[in-house]
Write a protein that binds this ligand. Structure first.
Ligand code: NA7
Length: 553
C-alpha cells in the first residue's frame, strides 16, 4: 500500500498530542520516557506487537550483540536499571536483550503510551498549524507539534531482486524478519545468501541441525572471534560498584564504551610487536581489534594491511580445505565494512554438511521452485535464508516518506544525498527529529547511549520552543551544507568511503553512494553542545501562528 492509498480518515476524531514517536525500539522507548518526564503528552506507534525494534525482529539463530557488549550495551539514564538487571553473557543473545528491553518497558510503564501493530502510513506537516499529522493502517489520525522518527537504522530489510526468487516454493526467511514460531532445519538443505553479521552468526547454528548448508557469498568478510563468555556475579557486582566511573568513561570514549582509546600507530610498532598484539586480541576476542589495537587501522593503507594479513592467515589456519579458505579471503580494507564478530563461523566450513559458493566466480542466475541455479549448475534446496541485510541508516526514513513544507516528500529531498543537519533535523521538515539518522554517529556509537544523548539534545530544543511559545524549528539549508561538509571531511580522512558497504549505501541498488555516518564519535556530542551554546546555530525558529496552540496540546 502506498501513502496515496491511505483511506481517508476524516470521519474519525483526530487525537492530539505534544509529540508522536514512530518506533518502539531502544531509541523510541527512551524518547517516550524522556518526553513524558518533561511533561509532554506522547503517543508511540510501532508495527510490531511489542517493544524492541530491531531486537524484536532479528531473532534468527545465533543473533547476539555483536559490539562491545554487556554490560555496556544498555540504557544509562536509570541507575536502578543497572542495579536490578543481571546480564548473563558478554555478547548477549537476542532473547536476553529483548527481555531487558521488556523489563525497561515494564519498569517505566511505557506500554500505556505505545500503540503496537500500528503502521504509520502517512506523516505530513501542516504549515498553518505547525503540527504533524500521522495516519495509520489501523485508522488512527493523530496530530502533534513534534514528530520523533525512531524508525531504526537497521530495520528496512534489503530483499535481493534475483530472477525467479518468488517462484521458490520452500520456506524462505529474511534474518531481519525472522518468524516468531520455531524454525526447524532438521534434515533440510538450506541456502544462506549473505555473509554479513547476520549470515555469519546464523550459519554455524543452522549447520548444527540442517542436512546441508550452502553459503552463497558475494563478498568474503573479515570476522573476528566474538569471545563470548558468561559474565560472573562478581563482574556484575564490580560493574555496579564502579558504574559512575564506567558511565564517565562511556561519555568520554569516541564509541561510547568504557574503554581506553588507542594511541599507538601500527606503523610505529615492529612486525613482531604487531603480530603479538593481534594474537593477544584474537585470543581474547570481542570488538577490541577495532577499539584497542592501533589508531591508524582505518586510516593508513599500510597499517590496515598489517591487520588484514593477520586475519587472512587466521582464516587459512582454521579452514582445512585450501580451496574453501581461498574463497573466504577478503580483499577489501579490514574494518571498512561493519566488523563482524563470529562464533565458530570459519570452523563450520570444516563440517561435511557446509559448502561455499563464491558468487563472484559463480553468480546466481535464477531460482526455481526447488533450487538456486548458479552459472555452474543447480543447487537443490528446501529452505532459503536471506541474510541480505538492510536498506540501512536512511531506508526507514524513506519508507516513512514524511511530507514537509509544501507537501514535499522526503523521497524528493533525498534523491542525491540524505540532506540533514546534525543528523537530527532536515530543512523543509520543521519539528521533525531523527534518532540515529544519516549524518549522526548512529551505528558507529553505543546505540542505547547515543539515543539517550541525541534525545537529550532534542528534549532541550523542544523545551526551548515550549518555554518561548515558538511554533517551529527547522534546519537551514546553509546549516545542512556545512554539516554535509563536516561529515564528508571526517569520512574522507579514513579508508571507510573506499569500500562498498551498507555504510556507503552500496548494498542497495540505486541508493546515493556516500559515507553517511558522522565519524567523529564523541566529538559529535561536543558539536551538539556547541550548536546549542551558539543559540542553535544552523536552525531557524518560527513564532507560533496560534499562541494558544504552541506549548501544549
Ligand atoms: P549486511 O552486513 O548488509 O550483510 C548482508 C550480506 O548480504 C552481505 O554479505 C551482502 O554482500 C549480501 N548481499 C546483499 N544483497 C545480496 C545479493 N543480491 N546477492 C548476494 N548477496 C547479497 O547485513 P547483516 O544483516 O548481516 O548485518 C547488518 C547489521 O545488522 C549488523 O551490523 C549487525 O549488527 C546486525 P555484500 O557485502 O554487500 O557484497
Amino acid at each position: 500500500m502506498t501513502n496515496d492509498d491511505v483511506p481517508s480518515q476524516t470521519s474519525r476524531p483526530e487525537e492530539r498530542y505534544d509529540a508522536v514517536i514512530i518506533g518502539a525500539g531502544v531509541s523510541g522507548m527512551y524518547a517516550l520516557h524522556h518526553l513524558r518526564e518533561m511533561g509532554l503528552s506522547v503517543r508511540v506507534y510501532d508495527g510490531a506487537s511489542d517493544v524492541g525494534g530491531t531486537w524484536w525482529y532479528n531473532r534468527y539463530p545465533g543473533a547476539r550483540v555483536d559490539g562491545p557488549g554487556s554490560p555496556y550495551y544498555c540504557y544509562t539514564f536509570s541507575d536502578e536499571l543497572m542495579e536490578e538487571w543481571d546480564w548473563k553473557e558478554t555478547q548477549s543473545e537476542w532473547s536476553d536483550v529483548l527481555r531487558y528491553i521488556e523489563h525497561v518497558a515494564d519498569r517505566f510503564d511505557l506500554r500505556r503510551d505505545i500503540q503496537f501493530e500500528t503502521w504509520v502510513q502517512d506523516a505530513r506537516y501542516d504549515e498553518a498549524t505547525q503540527r504533524w499529522t500521522v495516519e495509520t493502517n489501523t485508522g488512527v489520525r493523530a496530530s502533534a507539534q513534534f514528530l520523533i522518527c525512531a524508525v531504526g537504522a537497521l530495520s528496512t530489510a534489503n530483499l535481493p531482486d534475483i530472477p525467479g526468487i518468488d517462484d521458490f516454493a520452500g520456506e524462505c526467511h529474511h534474518t531481519g524478519r525472522w518468524p516468531h514460531e520455531p524454525v526447524s532445519f532438521d534434515g533440510k538443505r538450506v541456502a544462506i545468501i549473505g555473509t554479513g553479521s547476520s549470515g555469519i552468526q546464523a550459519m554455524p547454528e543452522i549447520a548444527k541441525e540442517a542436512a546441508h548448508v550452502t553459503v552463497f557469498q558475494r563478498t568474503a568478510q573479515f570476522a573476528f572471534p566474538a569471545g563470548n563468555r558468561p559474565l560472573s556475579a562478581h563482574e556484575m557486582a564490580e560493574a555496579r560498584r564502579t558504574w559512575e566511573e564506567i558511565k564517565a568513561k562511556m561519555l568520554a570514549h569516541p564509541g561510547g564504551f568504557p574503554f581506553d582509546t588507542h594511541t599507538r600507530s601500527a606503523l610505529e610498532a615492529t612486525p613482531e610487536e604487531r603480530e603479538a598484539l593481534y594474537e593477544e586480541l584474537w585470543q581474547r576476542g570481542g570488538f577490541r581489534f577495532f577499539l584497542e589495537s592501533y589508531n591508524d587501522i582505518a586510516i593508513s593503507e599500510e597499517a590496515n594491511a598489517s591487520l588484514a594479513d593477520f586475519v587472512r592467515s587466521k582464516i587459512r589456519q582454521i579452514v582445512r580445505d585450501p580451496a574453501t579458505a581461498e574463497k573466504l579471503m577478503p580483499d577489501h580494507f579490514v574494518m571498512t565494512k561493519r566488523p563482524i564478530l563470529e562464533n565458530g563461523y570459519f570452523e563450520a566450513y570444516n563440517r561435511d554438511n557446509v559448502s561455499l559458493v563464491d558468487l563472484r566466480e559463480d553468480p546466481i542466475e535464477r531460482f526455481t521452485e526447488t533450487s538456486v541455479v548458479t552459472r555452474s549448475g543447480d543447487h537443490p534446496i528446501d529452505m532459503l535464508v536471506l541474510a541480505t541485510g538492510f536498506d540501512a541508516i536512511s531506508g526507514s526514513m524513506l519508507r516513512l516518506d514524511p511530507k514537509g513544507r509544501g507537501g514535499m516528500r522526503l523521497s524528493e529531498r533525498w534523491t542525491d544525498r540524505f540532506h540533514n543537519y546534525l543528523g537530527l533535523t532536515i530543512s523543509g521538515f520543521p519539528n521533525l527529529f531523527m534518532i540515529h539518522g544519516p549524518g549522526s554517529p548512529g551505528v558507529f556509537y553505543n546505540m542505547p547511549l547515543g539515543a539517550e544523548r541525541q534525545m537529550g539534545w532534542i528534549g532541550n530544543l523542544v523545551r526551548r520552543l515550549r518555554d518561548r511559545n515558538l511554533g517551529a524549528v527547522e534546519a537551514t539549508a546553509d546549516g545542512e551544507a556545512a554539516w554535509a561538509e563536516e561529515v564528508a571531511a571526517l569520512a574522507n580522512a579514513t579508508l571507510f568511503p573506499r569500500t562498498d558497504s551498507w555504510w556507503t549505501g552500496a548494498n542497495v541498488p540505486g541508493k546515493p553512494r556516500y559515507f553517511s555516518v558522522y565519524l567523529g564519535g564523541s566529538i559529535y556530542y561536543a558539536r551538539l553542545d556547541e550548536v546549542a551554546a551558539k543559540e542553535y546555530e544552523g536552525l531557524v525558529f518560527e513564532e507560533a501562528h496560534d499562541a494558544s496552540d504552541a506549548g501544549a496540546a
